[in-house]
Design a protein around this ligand. Structure first.
Ligand code: CTP
Ligand code: CA
Length: 233
């Protein structure tokens, strides 16, 4: 096993990180997706490896081209359903889950077996249905299994950052949420920097300055180490 010989505060711990955006097929050539680059999630996987963890990285299709951090066990997925399956399976033996992926909230209700043709059809209505909320499913499994001990979510918001993130922290029963103002030009999708707030239960809010995604990842993992030591759920 890869944990052999590792040192650091996360030695012997299994950390699952999800990264990137999912793609939800409409027909064999088209899909719905989002702007997630996966960079923050990959930086989190690297930061966990640097602290000695065994790392499983679940990668959504928008981040498929990013190189795997050396030592991470990688699972590539396309859809929200595939990501749910992989994350729930890995969480059964994980100590930490960090859900940085941008999971599609909706998917086409029907996946057409054949390409939709423009000549033969009037524009087809785009009927959507909700996907599984992976963090809610993890919260339910966690009540039964008692693991992962620490679950970290992300909140990408374009308005009401604090209130919306606080609501997600509580609703998804998270140990911590990383709140991300995607309306700022130097934070969020595609860029290499990020400006986030860390929210913890009990109304604790820790704003971090503008940082590289690597620095944000190190700050998040430092908090994760503390939560593991303090036994926070
Ligand atoms: N998430 C998830 N499963 C989903 C959608 C989101 O596990 N189907 C996770 C994300 O990975 C993130 C957190 O939930 O860690 C918050 O995601 P976000 O999109 O900000 O919030 P939602 O709960 O999806 O609500 P909304 O998009 O309406 O703000
Ligand atoms: Ca969402």
């Amino acid at each position: 096993r890869l944990t052999l010989g590792r040192a650091g505060p996360l030695a012997g711990k299994h950390v699952v990180v999800s990264a990137g955006g999912t793609q939800e097929p409409l027909d064999p050539v088209r899909y719905l997706t989002n702007r997630s680059s996966g960079k923050q999630g990959f930086a989190l996987a690297q930061a966990a490896l640097d602290l000695g963890a065994r790392v499983s990285l679940v990668v959504g299709a928008t981040a498929a081209a990013l190189p795997t951090p050396i030592g991470a066990e990688r699972t590539d997925v396309e859809t929200a359903a595939q990501m749910a399956e992989a994350v729930l399976r890995l969480c059964q033996e994980a100590d930490v889950l960090i859900m940085a992926a941008a999971v599609a909230d909706f998917r086409p209700r029907q996946v057409r077996a054949h390409k939709i043709k423009k000549e033969r059809e009037t524009p087809p209505p785009l009927e959507l249905e909700p996907t599984t909320d992976i963090l809610l499913a993890v919260a339910e499994a966690r009540r039964r299994l008692g693991r992962p001990a620490v679950v970290v979510g992300f909140a990408a918001e374009s308005e009401q950052l604090l209130a919306n993130a606080q609501d997600k922290l509580e609703r998804k029963n998270l140990s911590m949420i990383v709140a991300n103002d995607i309306s700022a030009p130097d934070a969020g999708f595609a860029v290499d920097t990020n400006r986030v707030l860390l929210l913890l239960p009990g109304g604790v809010v820790e704003p971090l300055p503008l940082m590289t995604k690597g620095e944000v990842a190190a700050a998040v993992l430092a908090r994760v180490v503390r939560l593991l030591v303090e036994g926070a759920g």
